[in-house]
Design a protein around this ligand. Structure first.
Ligand SMILES: *Cc1c(COP(=O)(O)O)cnc(C)c1O
Length: 430
């Protein structure tokens, strides 16, 4: 598959080059040249397919021929070595648990898939690749874990000092080996801006091969479309009108869901659920796209002021506002509403949700008010213990720590504090 730049000022390129580059030379995000819907027989026989078989069929067109089919089979099997259960709360609401991977955030799938693709492309290459990534919380841990020990790949993670949870910080600062964490005095948007500047710095990119592992990278972004098909497999025999509520920050996840829809997934609607960082919610009301600096919330992985994948969503709906509006609703919720929702989910359903999942739940409720016959699946994007302080404070119940979390607690934090782009550059060149 070839990819084009959404800024339309760079040559089209192969999957391999799109993965290695991350961003196109004209700063545009890459987008596949074509999307061929999966055959009806795929949807008709989905009950008999394993997760790996589904994933293989769904991603194949986007990565071939550069990743041969036998290699791709191994990559998806290794990537998906954990479960993706749907838990039903009531007849109208379910949650899709995406937190059973090694860092207990949904980003594990994209990070593991991308790491394996890059490892494959780089296997005979003596030039090292540096993965440079900004994180609002979960990307860092998932990328660190996914890329740990991958030959020929160095990982540099930028995170906003004091604005990620304790457990998240442990997950990205304690692994060592080929993983380095930079603690930035600033917000996630500052981290993201520094990463973007680095990609455009000719002096830097002439000396090292830099790539991104944020959802701007197609190998991180596209595998997320699996989730929606996995949920459909589990629910389609019970419900006709399945919709998804996606707690959204950079909008990579919801945009991947839209790609699944382009592949033929029979889903009628997406709900992009936001915290106070609600540029898309405002856009769908006013038709004005006005990014704002991000504000800090208890669902910190969604504290994004200028979502990078919005441009891909525009492309999917061919820049047609009406089509977009018919397919997507967006709601925004405050931290107080999020806390109330966490308590309600706990009291009414005996289920512990993390703050991001709770925002998704609120999106379902808002949508169901107007569409009472739908079955809404909210994505539980992180395990509740990743946000232990908030969760225990709200439900007044101590949470047992899962194995994956226990494994990093008490490890020694190693980070380098930086404040400016110049410091990042010196670090990378040293
Ligand atoms: C990254 C993240 C999100 C937001 O996903 P996007 O693809 O950036 O919209 C939501 N919840 C959690 C827990 C996350 O880590």
């Amino acid at each position: 598959m070839n990819y084009y730049s959404l800024n339309h000022k760079a040559p089209n390129t192969s999957f391999k080059k799109a993965v290695i580059k991350g961003l196109a030379p004209d700063k545009g995000l890459y987008f596949p040249e074509s999307i061929t819907p999966l055959p009806q027989s795929f949807w008709d026989t989905i009950d008999r397919l394993s997760y790996s078989e589904i994933a293989f069929e769904a991603i194949k067109q986007f990565v071939s021929p550069e990743i041969p089919e036998d290699i791709l089979k191994t990559i998806v099997e290794e990537t998906l070595s954990f479960d993706f259960p749907v838990v039903k709360l009531n007849d109208n609401i379910s949650t899709l648990e995406l937190f059973h991977g090694p860092t207990m955030a949904f980003k594990d799938v994209g990070a593991r898939f991308m790491a394996r693709c890059l490892g494959y492309f780089n296997k005979n290459n003596t030039n090292e690749v540096t993965v440079l990534v900004a994180t609002s919380g979960d990307t860092g841990g998932a990328v660190a874990n996914g890329f740990l020990g991958v030959k020929g790949v160095n990982v540099v993670i930028l995170y906003p000092s004091g604005k990620v949870s304790n457990i998240q910080e442990m997950q990205l600062t304690t692994l060592g080996q080929n993983i380095k964490a930079l603690e930035v005095n600033g917000t996630f948007d500052d981290c993201q801006a520094m990463v973007k500047t680095a990609f455009l710095d000719d002096q830097l990119t002439s000396q090292m091969q830099l790539t991104s592992a944020n959802s701007i990278n197609v190998a991180r972004w596209l595998p997320q479309l699996f989730y929606f098909i996995f949920a459909y497999k589990q629910l389609h025999n019970q419900y006709d009108d399945i919709v998804f509520s996606i707690p959204s920050g950079n909008f990579g996840n919801v945009c991947a869901g839209m790609m699944a829809q382009q592949l033929g997934l029979p889903i009628s609607h997406f709900i992009a659920s936001n915290n106070a960082n609600n540029v898309v919610t405002r856009y769908l009301t006013s038709q004005l796209y006005e990014p704002k600096p991000s504000v800090q919330t208890i669902s910190n992985a969604m504290d994004v002021g200028a979502p990078s994948n919005f441009i891909r969503i525009q492309e999917i709906y061919k820049n047609n506002f009406e089509t977009l509006k018919n397919n997507v609703s967006s709601y925004s919720f405050t931290d107080d509403e999020t806390r109330e929702a966490m308590l309600e989910i706990y009291n009414d359903f005996n289920y512990v949700a993390d703050p991001h999942g709770a925002v998704g739940y609120l999106g379902c409720k808002a949508y169901l008010k107007v569409n009472p016959n739908a079955h809404c699946v909210f994505l539980e994007t992180a395990h509740p213990t990743k946000f232990l302080d908030v969760v225990e404070d709200v439900i007044k119940q101590e949470q047992p720590l899962p194995e994956q979390i226990q494994a990093v607690m008490g490890n020694k934090k190693e980070s380098f504090v930086i404040s400016t782009y110049q410091e990042l550059k010196s670090f990378l060149l040293s």
